[in-house]
Design a protein around this ligand. Structure first.
Ligand code: FMN
Ligand code: ATP
Length: 313
């Protein structure tokens, strides 16, 4: 997939899906589907299948606050690529772009710069100065070459359906509601990072852990202990394990760490990249009176995780 920051490099004409697409969840995949090469094959002209996002995210530009992301840049690129998207265009969101009216955005960005032939957006998509542009404006120009995806929701435990959205996935993760986050994403929420050195205390209590270095913007789930499934390039099969996210109050930890203990695994993992899929939240992090008490609890956590894996196998 081509990743374009410089608008002069865009491959045109295009079929585009417009939006931020953080996490590439089920709703996003519905929006992207109509512009994938497989959906464009009957079109008489070759259109480049393109996702158009803003960088930084408009909310980040206005609030000046960094946003935590379900899928930081490398993960987003990999996810879009796996769908078959040919090109990701990142429009630099600055004061000039923010000032464009809806009509100017359509003319300068969509028509002149991207040569858009087909567009797909969600029903509530807004664009241009003060978010004044909406799908009616797009419809007036692109007519039946515009696909509008109706709101995608999911009926789970509550009587009211829940909207599939990046915000709702973040809220679920903050509460440790892994099942909900995974259902809305349509795949397990995962953490991808290299293994770095910890304090090496874990091995002294019988539970060696791989400490993960994650992108700073990565949205972390609630602190606590999780059952996880891990993939490493050196192992053909996924490995089960437990993960702790938190400050490690028992050993007076000074910053948040993400560490994984793999079941039945021996060997050096330093510098290897781990992909950790969240399977189940087990318990919140606690301060224990002694290392022995922590050790007993971790043994219990491993049993809880193993039971869960056995039931869902
Ligand atoms: C499954 C699991 C659960 C954990 N739970 C806690 C906990 O509740 N409280 C805590 O202070 N530390 C907890 N820890 C973190 C340990 O304190 C940590 O693994 C140990 O100090 C080793 O750290 P190191 O990798 O930096 O050497 C947990 C670790 C694992 C693997
Ligand atoms: N549940 C959904 N149903 C239909 N379209 C959606 C849905 N979620 C997002 N979209 C559309 O996908 C595109 C990308 O949207 P965006 O990334 O802003 O979505 P989001 O997941 O709702 O994000 P956030 O929760 O941060 O507002 C937009 O065109 C949006 O309208």
């Amino acid at each position: 997939m081509r990743v374009i920051f410089d608008p002069t490099q865009i491959s045109r004409p295009t079929a585009i899906a417009l939006g931020n697409f953080d996490g590439v969840h089920i709703g996003h995949r519905h929006v992207i589907a109509p512009i994938l090469p497989s959906a464009l094959s009957n079109h008489d002209q070759h259109l480049t299948s393109t996702v158009v996002s803003f960088s930084p995210h408009p909310q980040e530009f206005f609030s000046k606050q960094p946003r935590s992301l379900l899928a930081p840049f490398d993960e987003k690129v990999a996810l879009l690529e796996s769908l078959g998207v040919e090109q990701l265009v990142l429009l630099p969101f600055d004061a000039d772009l923010a000032k464009l009216t809806a009509a100017e955005f359509m003319q300068q960005i969509l028509i002149d710069s991207l040569q858009v032939e087909l567009i797909s957006v969600g029903f509530d998509f807004h664009f241009g100065q003060k978010r004044q542009g909406n799908i009616t404006d797009l419809k007036n120009v692109w007519g039946d070459r515009l696909t509008v995806i109706p709101e995608q929701t999911m009926l789970l435990h509550d009587p009211t359906p829940i909207r599939i959205s990046s915000s709702n996935i973040r809220v679920a993760l903050a509460k440790g509601e892994v099942d909900l986050a995974n259902a809305l994403l349509g795949r397990p929420y995962n953490l991808v990072g290299k293994v770095v050195q910890g304090k090496q205390l874990g091995r002294t209590i019988g539970f060696p852990t791989a400490n993960l270095d994650l992108p700073v913007q990565k949205c972390l789930p609630r602190d606590g202990v999780y059952a996880v499934q891990v993939s490493i390039s050196s192992s053909p099969k996924p490995i089960f394990g437990v993960m702790n996210i938190g400050l490690r109050p028992t050993v007076n930890g000074d910053r948040r760490s993400v560490e994984v203990h793999l079941f039945d695994w021996q060997g050096d993992l330093y510098d290897q990249e781990l992909n950790v899929d969240l399977v189940k939240f087990i318990r919140p992090e606690q301060k224990f009176a002694s290392l022995d008490a922590l050790k007993a609890q971790i043994q219990d956590d491993c049993q809880t995780a193993l039971k869960h894996f056995a039931v869902s196998a």
